[in-house]
Design a protein around this ligand. Structure first.
Ligand SMILES: Nc1ncnc2c1ncn2[C@@H]1O[C@H](COP(=O)(O)OP(=O)(O)OP(=O)(O)O)[C@@H](O)[C@H]1O
Length: 314
């Protein structure tokens, strides 16, 4: 986060329980103007409850929310005019067209962004006269994001905008989020897709069981992991060659573990470049052919596993 940027949202020690279930257990973070800020976590982690408290739809048991300098208790109307919340698909008017839905939602606000511009932004201009009930799941989600834009808000909240969509439809939503960023908007979204968080976000807040387990840029989070990398090699000459290379790998500095499955060799190293250099020195000298070589990239999924000790499940 750039310290020169204005904070548009400050969340401090938020708590919310439902009976004996602690849904949100002391969550604090700040969001700067223009950021794409993603709250990610497994099912039931407390993402929606956190978002709904910030959106003013649920009252926290404890903690404070300052949004665009205001609080819900003193300036609710002003906040509502300046934020945009993606409605549930079920809130769309099924029998009205895309354009009519946007017009109806826009009529609730004094400040408006031209509907024409929103339809371009959500790539639905060609479908403007289609009734909502005839739209695909992805198109409905895009319209829902458009409805969050009608008052030209400064902050836009998207709760799992891509859940249940196919990969192409998800990418179409990602394009919209990136366009919102170009427009200088702040976007706060939730997801349980790690890949999505990694691609879209300036910063990611990983939550589990109502608590933040890590918060930073995707790059910094991944950088915090061990420097160990997995090198995968496949030998054209088969298992015998792989076994010989396995012997070399085992005596190579910085290698922490080696395993072999037939002609495939997996070498874990804290200095992968040097390890590869040594292995290629051997293969060149012995004229051994390597069919395939790769170094596995670390992802946010690895961050989750490292921080919680649990497997990530979408
Ligand atoms: N209205 C409610 N009444 C009772 N329990 C609730 C209510 N809303 C949420 N919870 C519980 O609070 C916890 C957090 O739920 P929340 O919906 O915030 O999680 P989430 O991270 O958004 O999950 P998902 O990805 O499944 O939407 C869960 O255990 C959930 O069952």
């Amino acid at each position: 986060m750039n310290s020169g940027q204005a904070m548009v949202l400050q969340v401090d020690r938020l708590r919310k329980s439902f009976g004996s279930v602690v849904a949100v257990d002391g969550i604090s973070f700040d969001v700067a103007q223009g950021e794409v800020f993603t709250i990610i976590g497994p099912n039931g982690a407390g993402k929606t409850t956190t978002l709904e408290m910030i959106e003013g739809m649920q009252k926290p048991d404890d903690g404070t929310i300052t949004i665009l300098g205001d609080s819900w208790s003193s300036r609710a109307r002003s906040i509502k005019m300046r934020i945009g919340v993606q409605p549930q698909s079920s809130a769309l008017f099924d029998l009205l067209t895309v354009e009519e839905n946007l017009d109806v939602f826009a009529s609730f606000y004094e400040r408006q962004r031209p509907v024409e511009e929103i339809m371009r932004l959500i790539n639905l201009t060609d479908h403007r006269d289609k009734r909502v009930k005839t739209l695909s799941g992805g198109q409905k989600q895009r319209l829902a994001i458009g409805l969050a834009m009608v008052n030209d808000p400064e902050i836009i909240f998207l709760d799992e905008p891509t859940t249940g969509l196919d990969p192409q439809a998800r990418r179409n939503i990602w394009d919209i989020v990136l366009k919102l960023k170009e427009l200088g908007k702040t976007t706060i979204l939730t997801t349980h897709y790690m890949e999505e968080a990694e691609k879209l976000s300036d910063r990611v807040c990983i939550v589990d069981q109502g608590k933040i387990i890590a918060i930073d840029t995707p790059k910094a989070l991944i950088g915090r992991l061990t420097k160990e990398r997995e090198i995968h090699l496949t030998f054209t000459g088969g298992a015998a060659q792989a076994a010989e290379a396995e012997g070399i790998a085992r005596t190579t500095e910085a290698v922490t573990s080696v395993s072999r499955d037939g002609e495939h060799l997996i070498v874990c190293s804290t200095r992968p470049e040097q390890t590869l250099y040594r292995l290629f020195g051997y293969t060149t000298e012995q004229e051994v052919q390597v069919e395939q070589v790769s170094i596995r990239e670390m992802s946010l999924e690895d961050v989750f596993i490292a921080f919680t000790g649990k497997e990530w499940r979408d």
